[in-house]
Design a protein around this ligand. Structure first.
Ligand code: FAD
Length: 491
């Protein structure tokens, strides 16, 4: 694959599961690797909800990519948001503040992941942020704990009720985990911490347009999770499609077409995913197709037509039977790394074995000492599943120090109900808006990115006014939400 005049250059976009594991898999290869990502860290997304609910700090789940790779001499890390990929000239263009960098490649691994999808209703993001990044998790922590603080100051019964109602939209693994943790936090951690309100009276609602909880994990585990959540006081509302969201609440459409309103200040969106817009850029140039979630329909070797050196992996790839989970990204990027190494040994792309996904199962934790797990045909829940969940997540956290600190944080929370990361600041809640106003996009980028990320249009919610007459809301179809739930993470 190399022309022999220089060392083969691999560019990797993204420092998530796909990007990091792909880079590490090239450690001993005779290549130079440039990893370009818009964040300085490798984020362990499965534990974001624990940052949002005060169990873990952001550093524990997001170590600096540069530090992880410092002992890999053939790898360099560039901070920047990729805004363009030129397949013909084999270059990747990225931006950091006013600086534009054009990086040439011989092989490219694109692992830029996915963002939250609001099914075309991007304005919902203003009042119901998703949970995909460290910023999102910290903002949510600020919003959740901020709502309790405001309730403490209110003398008005109705206002208090609204402030103490938390709605999680989307009953996939992320929604289940978050709803369970908000309930645990209000019932245990915050019990007795306020003088004017009783934190245990907080109401947590888990909503979904689909008829089941945890649809990707099947009926048995979904029912198990729902039962456990109900025991914890979480109200589950299924077949309930969100058709409008504003500062003070949301409107839900029932299956029979009737609409009702829920008053709630704190809403969280965990209902859908949309792949990075870089997928569309690649698809447009290569003739590949993208699916409804913007994922690239890659060839059996995870490349795109006419470009056997361009691999699209992880949450950006659409491959039958491969879920949008960490394992899909890890296995996809290590496959790509192997194909690149084989190419250096002279293997023709035509002789590549197709990518095969090995399903290691999925898990979702519900509360302390309770989780559900699916491994092959085996489906189980409860304490054993929870122990398995703890062990697995600990194993995949990058770095011994992070594992140790996480273990200690878990011990404190699970044994005492205390949480060590309850700090919130004004900036956590308002920085998103401020940044959007300054630069109209991602945290580090000045130029407009090829993205329709809802965040680019987001505004603060805590003090946001109800929009007077917003644009007509196109309701997401139940089927569309269901499809997206399937693509949503399980684990
Ligand atoms: C809240 C949550 C909980 C989850 N729980 C589980 C679980 O329990 N088990 C499980 O298996 N999976 C879980 N997942 C899914 C799993 O995290 C993803 O499937 C996995 O992270 C996908 O890896 P990836 O490399 O494709 O993308 P990501 O890990 O999302 O990485 C994308 C990377 O690309 C970078 N990037 C994006 N756009 C650009 C750009 N334009 N320029 C430069 N860099 C860019 C990002 O900064 C990031 O570094 C969860 C996901 C979320 C959000």
């Amino acid at each position: 694959m190399s022309d022999g005049s220089h060392r083969h250059k691999v560019v990797v976009i993204g420092s998530g599961f796909g990007g990091l594991f792909g880079t590490q898999a090239l450690k001993k290869a005779d290549v130079d690797v440039t990893l370009i990502a818009k964040t300085t860290h490798h984020l362990f997304q499965p534990l974001l909800y624990q940052v949002a609910t005060g169990i873990l700090s952001e550093g524990e789940i997001a170590p600096a990519s540069r530090m992880i790779l410092r002992k890999q001499p053939n790898a360099e890390v560039l901070l920047g948001e990729v805004t363009d990929i030129d397949l013909e000239n084999r270059t990747v263009t990225s931006h950091l503040l006013e600086r534009t960098t054009v990086t040439p490649y011989d092989s490219l691994i694109v692992a830029a992941g996915a963002d939250q999808s609001y099914f075309g209703n991007d304005r919902f993001a203003e009042f119901a942020p998703g949970m995909k990044t460290i910023d999102d998790a910290l903002e949510l922590r600020g919003r959740i704990l901020g709502a309790f603080e405001q309730a403490e100051l209110s003398d008005d019964h109705e206002e208090r009720e609204r402030l103490l109602t938390f709605v999680v939209i989307g009953a996939g693994p992320t929604g289940v985990e978050l709803a369970g943790q908000i309930a645990e936090m209000s019932d245990n951690t915050l019990k007795g911490a306020f003088r004017n309100i009783d934190a245990t009276e907080a109401k947590v609602i888990l909503l979904d347009a689909a008829p089941a909880v945890l649809p990707p994990m099947g009926e048995k585990l979904g029912n198990m999770a729902a039962e456990r959540l109900r025991k914890m006081g979480v109200e589950i509302q299924l077949n309930a499609m969100v058709v409008d969201v504003d500062a003070d609440g949301l409107v839900v459409k029932e299956k029979d077409g009737t609409e009702r309103r829920i008053e709630a200040q704190c809403k969280v969106w965990s209902a859908g995913v949309a792949a990075s817009p870089l997928g569309k850029i690649i698809a447009d140039q290569s003739g590949a197709e993208v699916d409804r979630a913007g994922r690239v329909k890659v060839l059996p070797d995870l490349t795109v037509p006419g470009n056997p050196n361009v691999f699209v992996v992880g949450d950006m790839m659409a491959v039958e039977g491969v879920p949008g989970m960490a394992q899909g990204a890890i296995q996809g990027s290590t496959y790509a790394a192997k194909a690149i190494k084989n190419g250096l040994k002279g293997q023709s792309p035509a002789n590549r074995e197709p990518f095969k996904y090995f399903d290691k199962g999925s898990m979702a934790t519900i509360s302390r000492a309770s989780a559900v797990a699916k491994v092959g045909k085996l489906e189980f829940g409860g304490f054993l599943a929870w122990l398995g969940w703890l062990a697995l997540h600990l194993w995949y956290i990058v770095g011994y120090q992070n594992r140790l600190v996480t273990l200690m944080s878990w011990a404190v929370t699970f044994l005492t109900n205390k949480r060590g990361q309850m700090t919130i600041t004004e900036q956590q809640v308002y920085a998103r808006t401020a940044l959007d106003q300054i630069q109209g996009g991602g945290a580090y980028s000045i130029p407009p990115v090829h993205t329709s990320s809802p965040k680019a249009k987001a505004k603060p919610a805590v003090e946001a006014k109800k929009p007077a007459d917003g644009p007509e809301v196109k309701a997401p179809g139940a089927e569309e939400q269901k499809q997206s739930e399937k693509a949503e993470k399980a684990g």
